[in-house]
Design a protein around this ligand. Structure first.
Ligand code: SF4
Ligand code: SF4
Length: 437
């Protein structure tokens, strides 16, 4: 069988060789820990501790603020210093709990889930504060509670890790694959008719071989080799590659019978159910040509990003651009004084910013942006419409189907800021849709 894939996409330099063979090492934070109350999609969490309280590792410090929200746990033992707005990777200040680390790492005792009913599992996932760790931050218990659970026939583990440079999920697959399989089996137990598919890009042959070997006696799980192509890991691209089913912006994966979770999320589910451990740490890749010793680190939630640079040996030369997340879809940081929240998968530090170095010029009508767009859009035209503020027309021409993957900007020889215009167009057109409703 040929490799599974989708239409459009491209092949950026992947840079994964810098960190792919670096085993995960635990990093213990030195400074204060900052826990933003909004680390997920949905309502912010509500603090359940106050200034002066002593907290332990794994103690709940903020309660979910609604069904679509998530609890937050302390990742160190120490004292709550204050609750105040702090800068986050989004560039916005978010109300945050600040904990002074006492360096003791005194931990609450965790209770595994013994009664494995669907309700108990979903409640435990909710209680553990698990959200999509691939970057979306959507609360996982909501994903695991679709309206029509009997229609779910495929649970896809997004192991594509298609963004260049990031190797956190790859290291998890190489070092703790049994936890990934356990997490997937827990999800499968909720949907008796479903099969599990672990989708891995074929630039990770060792991970494909390892998981294929480990799953040979798992009758409900298969490993699918995906063609290496960006954005293979975008939810819609992945669902199409694995099942041949197409979804659009007004549909959820569950409408196509699918639930998609990434590697780190499945491991967090394993930990929540088999150990009773809530989510307060994750694996983060720190890399880029400005970093002395690129690597993969197990990082406590709330750790200051500047500490991660030091953990990786510091800068070997001054970075021109620092990004949280991948180079295609991540957020450029104006300061390293931000906390690593639940969705913080990588810190990339580059000595050159090629996009900023070139001024955008006129479109030469080459059509390259159209040929790479995985959503089948005309970014050249839609970006102009968005720039002119005609968001009704933008929506009419399906601009809201943009998945903000960055392929169009990457390929454009005129260096036009297409993705930026598409993001604005999409945000405004969606707001218009909501107003009309
Ligand atoms: S228009 Fe959107 S989906 Fe298409 S390539 Fe550009 S960013 Fe990606
Ligand atoms: S890739 Fe750039 S130059 Fe080519 S058609 Fe698209 S916007 Fe124009």
């Amino acid at each position: 069988m040929g490799l599974l894939t989708f239409k459009g996409g491209l092949h950026p330099y992947d840079g994964k060789e810098l960190s792919k063979d670096k085993p995960i090492t635990e990093y213990l934070p030195q400074g204060e820990l900052v826990y933003p109350l909004s680390q997920h999609i949905g309502a912010p969490a509500v603090a359940c501790v106050k200034k002066g309280d002593r907290v332990l590792v794994g103690q709940k410090i903020a309660e979910a603020g609604g069904f679509v929200s998530a609890n937050i746990y302390s990742s160190v033992s120490g004292t709550v210093k204050k609750i105040e707005p702090r800068m986050t990777v989004s560039g916005n200040k978010v109300n945050s709990i600040i904990v002074e680390n006492d360096g003791e790492y005194e931990t609450v005792s965790f209770q595994p889930v013994t009664e494995k009913t669907n309700e108990a599992i979903i409640n435990a996932v909710k209680e553990a504060g698990i959200v999509g760790l691939g970057g979306a931050g959507f609360p996982t218990h909501v994903k695991l509670s679709p309206k029509e659970p009997e229609k779910i026939d495929t649970i896809i583990i997004n192991a594509a890790e298609c963004e260049p440079y990031i190797t956190a999920d790859y290291r998890c697959m190489m070092e703790i694959p049994e936890q990934l399989i356990s997490g997937l089996n827990i999800m499968l137990s909720l949907f008796p008719k479903a099969k599990g598919v672990i989708g891995i890009e074929d630039n990770k042959p060792e991970a494909i071989a390892k998981l294929t070997e480990m799953c040979k006696n798992e009758s409900r799980i298969e490993v699918a080799a995906l063609k290496t192509k960006y954005p293979q890991g975008a939810e819609r691209s992945l669902i199409f590659a694995v099942t041949g089913r197409a979804i659009n912006s007004s549909m959820l994966p569950a409408d196509a019978g699918c639930i998609v979770d990434n590697v780190a999320t499945a491991i967090a589910i394993h930990e929540a159910i088999t150990l009773g451990k809530p989510l307060f740490e994750r694996v983060v890749t720190v890399t880029g040509d400005a970093i002395k010793n690129p690597g993969n680190f197990k990082v406590k939630n709330g750790t200051n990003a500047a500490e991660l640079v030091e953990a990786a040996g510091g800068f070997k030369s001054q970075p021109e651009k620092v990004i949280s997340g991948g180079p295609m879809m991540g957020m450029a940081l104006s300061t390293l004084d931000v906390p690593c929240a639940k969705t913080f998968s990588s810190l990339l530090c580059f000595t050159k910013d090629e996009v900023a170095a070139c001024e955008p010029s006129n479109c030469i009508r080459c059509g390259r942006c159209i040929s790479v767009c995985p959503a089948g859009l005309m970014p050249t035209k839609l970006s102009e419409i968005a720039d002119h503020g005609d968001f009704a027309l933008f929506d009419e021409l399906n601009g809201c189907e943009c998945v903000e993957c960055g392929c169009c900007s990457y390929i454009c020889p005129a260096k036009r800021r297409l993705t930026q215009s598409m993001k604005t167009g999409r945000r405004e057109a969606m707001a218009l849709r909501r107003k009309k409703k």
